[in-house]
Design a binder for this molecule. Structure first.
Ligand code: SAM
Length: 246
């Protein structure tokens, strides 16, 4: 066996994301297009020379560290939520965050590149990343090689069709109107996040009377899956949450 050298990886930046906690982050990029974020380059990578030519690409790959879960380590088997959370699959056959090396990869839309004094910022959308996620590399998405059509994807063959309607109480609607002045895409963001049914695997496909709380930007949002296809958002507030998320 050839000797394998340990590799030290230094982040080249970090993410600013509307997702302030793991709960309710979509399971893959591109599912919530209204999610807008930023890649803030840092250290020696915070240099406009590194991104020269990148604006010609509509999408980029982000390689990142699952910093929110890396302490928890990994196991050979995981139970993908898509299989209801009760079937075991080998970790390398999944996109689980709990992996031998806690490294993730996501294709996101590159909206623009901003160069302000001493700071390079990539504006992105469609991300599935927790706020402050360390970025270890960025590569352009190249469709001729990255977009494959003749493929099979086992248990993750297709994205289940979203059939969930999202409605707001009149109180939540008032708050939405207020906060949309600061975050114009907020209504769409909440709708798209809830259409993914962020509840734990064992609750999927069932109505339940639990009130869930989720954090997007500086806001705490409470909602309930009233029936199998209907979510009601009851509270949108910048106050601390009254309800803990799962
Ligand atoms: N697209 C990536 C991949 O395939 O490597 C991530 C897929 S992983 C299934 C997506 C989940 O990772 C999100 O739903 C969120 O719960 C979690 N996540 C995102 N950023 C994270 C971070 N920095 N630390 C830990 N978990 C994170």
């Amino acid at each position: 066996m050839k000797s394998q050298k340990a590799l030290t990886i230094n982040p080249i930046g970090y993410i600013e994301s509307p997702y302030k906690e793991k709960f309710a982050i979509p399971r893959q990029p591109g599912l919530v297009t209204a999610a807008k974020g930023k890649v803030i380059l840092t250290g020696k990578a915070n240099n406009a020379e590194l991104v020269k030519g990148l604006a010609q690409f509509s999408h980029i790959w982000l390689l990142f560290v699952f910093h929110g879960t890396q302490e928890k380590g990994w196991k050979n088997f995981v139970r993908p939520p898509r299989l209801g959370g009760n079937k075991k699959i080998g970790v390398l056959a999944t996109r689980s965050t709990f992996r031998p090396n806690p490294i993730g990869m996501s294709v996101v839309k590159l909206e623009s590149i901003e160069l302000i004094t001493q700071q390079v910022i990539l504006h992105i959308s469609g991300l599935d990343l927790l706020d402050q996620t360390p970025i270890i590399d960025i590569k352009p998405y190249v469709a001729y090689s990255d977009a494959l059509s003749d493929t099979k994807a086992g248990f993750a063959n297709s994205q289940p069709e979203a059939k969930i309607n999202v409605s707001f109480t009149s109180q939540a609607q008032l708050a939405l109107t207020k906060f949309c002045k600061q975050i114009p895409e907020l209504a769409l963001l909440i709708e798209q996040v809830l259409m993914q049914d962020p509840r734990p695997a064992y609750r999927q496909g069932k109505a339940d009377n639990k009130i869930y709380g989720m954090r997007l930007y500086h806001l705490n949002i409470q909602w309930q899956m009233q029936t199998l296809n209907n979510v009601l958002v009851s509270v949108i507030t910048s106050e601390p949450p009254l309800v803990q998320s799962e």
